[in-house]
Design a protein around this ligand. Structure first.
Ligand code: NDP
Ligand code: DGY
Length: 330
C-alpha cells in the first residue's frame, strides 16, 4: 500500500543565512524552502510575492513584517521566526490577531552583544578610533601629557537603561573594571540582578544626572522610542559617555548631535542608528567624539550560526504545532 502523500509545508526565508540554519530547514524533510539568496535586503515587491501562500516565514530584523506583508502571506501563514531577539520590526498586534506564532533568539546572543557593548564603551571613552587615525595621518608627533585623554571606568558610576539579559551581562563584565556604583532604570525593579551588582533602581532623570557612563540596552517600544532626547542629554554630565546597543530609535539623533557638538556630553558610541545603514553624510559621522558601528552586536561566527539554527528550529517546531525552543509570548 502506498503511504498517503504528505503536504510539504512551505517556508520563505528572506535572506542568505548561515549554512547551519539553512541545513536545519532543508534536512527537516517536511518543508519546501524558498530562499531570497542574497546578502542584500529583499525588495518589498519580492517579499510580498515570496510570502504568498507560505506556512512559515523566516525573517530578519531589517524586514518590516506589517499588515501589508501579512495580507500578502494570507491565511496559510502560521509561524514567523525572526533571526533576532528584538522584535520591534514585527507588527505584533496584527500577528496576534491572526493567531500566528512567533519565534525569536534570546539568550544565545547575550554574551556576544554584551562583549561588543563593552568594546564600544572602551573604544568611545578611550578614543580608540580617533587615536588610530592620528597614528596613520602623522598627528602623533610625540608623547604629550594632555593629548588623547579620555574617561576611565575605575571609580565611575554606570547607569543602565534596561537591566534585561544584555544589560545585566554588560554590568557583570564592567564590574571588574572597578565601577563603584551601578544605577538602572526600567519598567520594574529587578531584585535578583540588582542584588548581584549592588545596583540601584532609579528614575530615568536621576540615572542621567548621576552616571558617568549611560548604557542603553532596553528593547524598542512605544515607551522607549525617542527616550534619549534633548531633555535627557541636558541632564547628563558634561564628562559623561553615552552608549547605545539597543535600537537606534530609542535616541533622538538630532538631539544627540546637538549634545555632542555643544559639549553637553563628552562622547557617544552607537551600534544602532536610524536609519540603518546610516547615510554617509549624516552629521553624526563628522564628529570625532561619536563612534558608530554597523549593528554588529551579535556578530560572532558562532553566535550567528547558533542564532540561525535556533530560528530554524523555532520555525519547524511551530509549523508542527509543537512547543518552540524560544517562542515569544504574545
Ligand atoms: P530583555 O527583554 O531581556 O531586556 C530588555 C529590557 O528593556 C528589560 O530589562 C526591560 O525592562 C527594558 N525596558 C522595557 N521598557 C523599558 C522602559 N520603558 N524603560 C527602560 N527599560 C525598559 O532583552 P535583551 O536584553 O535580550 O535585548 C534587549 C534589546 O537589545 C533587544 O530588544 C534588541 O533591540 C537589542 N539588541 C541589539 C543587538 C545589537 O546587535 N546591537 C543584539 C541583541 C539585542 P522591564 O523588564 O522592566 O520591562
Ligand atoms: C537582535 O537580535 O535584536 C540584534 O539586533 C541582532 O542580533
Amino acid at each position: 500500500m502506498r503511504a498517503a502523500a504528505q503536504r510539504l509545508m512551505k517556508v520563505f526565508v528572506t535572506r542568505r543565512i548561515p549554512p547551519e540554519g539553512l541545513a536545519t530547514l532543508n534536512k527537516a524533510g517536511d518543508c519546501s524552502v524558498q530562499l531570497w539568496d542574497s546578502d542584500e535586503p529583499i525588495p518589498q515587491s519580492e517579499l510580498l510575492k515570496g510570502v504568498a501562500g507560505k506556512d512559515g516565514l523566516f525573517c530578519l530584523l531589517s524586514d518590516r513584517i506589517d499588515k501589508e506583508v501579512l495580507d500578502a502571506a494570507g491565511p496559510s501563514l502560521k509561524v514567523i521566526s525572526t533571526l533576532s531577539v528584538g522584535y520591534d520590526h514585527l507588527a505584533i498586534p496584527e500577528i496576534k490577531k491572526r493567531g500566528i506564532r512567533v519565534g525569536y533568539t534570546p539568550d544565545i546572543l547575550t554574551d556576544a552583544t554584551a562583549e561588543l557593548t563593552v568594546a564600544l564603551l572602551l573604544a568611545t571613552s578611550r578614543r580608540l578610533p580617533e587615536s588610530v587615525v592620528e597614528v596613520k595621518n602623522g598627528g602623533w608627533t610625540t608623547w604629550k601629557p594632555l593629548w588623547m585623554c579620555g574617561y576611565g571606568l575605575s571609580g565611575s558610576t554606570v547607569g543602565i537603561i534596561g537591566l534585561g539579559r544584555i544589560g545585566h551581562a554588560v554590568a557583570r563584565r564592567l564590574k571588574p573594571f572597578g565601577v563603584t556604583k551601578f544605577l538602572y532604570t526600567g519598567r520594574h525593579p529587578k531584585p535578583e540582578a540588582a542584588a548581584e551588582l549592588n545596583a540601584k533602581f532609579v528614575p530615568l532623570a536621576k540615572l542621567a544626572e548621576e552616571s558617568d557612563f549611560v548604557i542603553v540596552t532596553c528593547s524598542l517600544t512605544p515607551d522607549t522610542q525617542g527616550m534619549c532626547n534633548r531633555d535627557f542629554f541636558g541632564k547628563m554630565k558634561k564628562t559623561s559617555v553615552f552608549i547605545n546597543t539597543s535600537r537606534g530609535a530609542v535616541v533622538n539623533q538630532d538631539d544627540l548631535y546637538e549634545a555632542l557638538v555643544n559639549g553637553h556630553i563628552a562622547a557617544a558610541g552607537l551600534d544602532v542608528t536610524t536609519p540603518e545603514p546610516l547615510p554617509t553624510n549624516n552629521p553624526l559621522l563628522s564628529l570625532k567624539n561619536c563612534v558608530i558601528l554597523p549593528h554588529i552586536g551579535s556578530a560572532t561566527y558562532a553566535t550567528r550560526n547558533t542564532m540561525s539554527v535556533l530560528a530554524a528550529n523555532n520555525l519547524l517546531a511551530g509549523l508542527k504545532g509543537e512547543s518552540m525552543p524560544s517562542e515569544l509570548k504574545l
